[in-house]
Design a protein around this ligand. Structure first.
Ligand SMILES: [Zn+2]
Length: 208
């Protein structure tokens, strides 16, 4: 007899837990159902640099990419006061941009990822988060060499977005205007102004 009240208590506790879980699930689902254009549509990778205002970038690219890399860095620096990317600084290198050739179809890749303990806890206070490790962006000459410079610039802006902690966005001109969309929408949708756009900037500022 003594085990039954105990069992009943356990059942009630489980129901309470189930109800709490259901509320959490509904809230999580609501977060994914935010309408296009919502100010917080960005997606975080769960990774971030330790140093908020000091990303040291080392560039190792051919002439084709020197200008678009410069422009992408300037675009990010002008978009937010929270981040500053310095080219060819003397300190520890946080981000290396290089070009290479592969038969793969992608334009560019971030071939290594942070070991991101922050991914398990993407909300403030960001603890623990990663530090003292560099990210790399590799530009595929086979698919990028023939692109117009402004397209190369948008691709590099996108890749730097990954390095800063942004993941991909839903794709489409009717979706949130973001350089973190993965495809040609970055230049096919007729979006005005230099990327990164408002949602990209909001995302980075939320990460840091
Ligand atoms: Zn990407």
């Amino acid at each position: 007899m003594s085990s039954e009240p105990s069992l009943a208590t356990t059942r009630i506790t489980q129901r309470a837990r189930f109800a709490a879980t259901s509320v959490a699930s509904l809230m999580a689902a609501a977060a994914f159902l935010l309408p296009a254009g919502d100010a917080s549509a960005y997606v975080k990778t769960g990774c971030r640099y330790q140093y908020e205002n000091d990303i040291d970038l080392q560039e190792s690219v051919g002439n084709n990419y020197d200008t678009p890399v410069d422009n992408a860095v300037t675009d990010w620096n002008q978009s937010t006061n929270q981040m500053h990317i310095q080219k060819n600084a003397d300190g520890n290198i946080n981000l290396v941009v290089t070009d290479f050739t592969t038969n793969e179809d992608y334009w560019a890749i971030v071939p290594k990822t942070f070991d991101c303990p922050y991914a398990a806890n993407p909300n403030p206070p960001h603890s623990p988060y990663h530090s003292n490790e560099s990210m790399a962006v590799w530009l595929n000459k086979r698919t990028m060499d023939d692109l117009a410079s402004y397209k190369q610039r948008l691709i590099i802006t996108h890749e730097i977005g990954h390095a800063l902690g942004l993941a991909h966005m839903p794709v489409g001109c009717n979706q949130t205007k973001a350089v973190m969309q993965q495809t040609e929408t970055k230049w096919q949708c007729g979006w005005s102004g230099n990327a990164p756009w408002a949602d990209d900037v909001n995302g980075v500022e939320a990460v840091y």
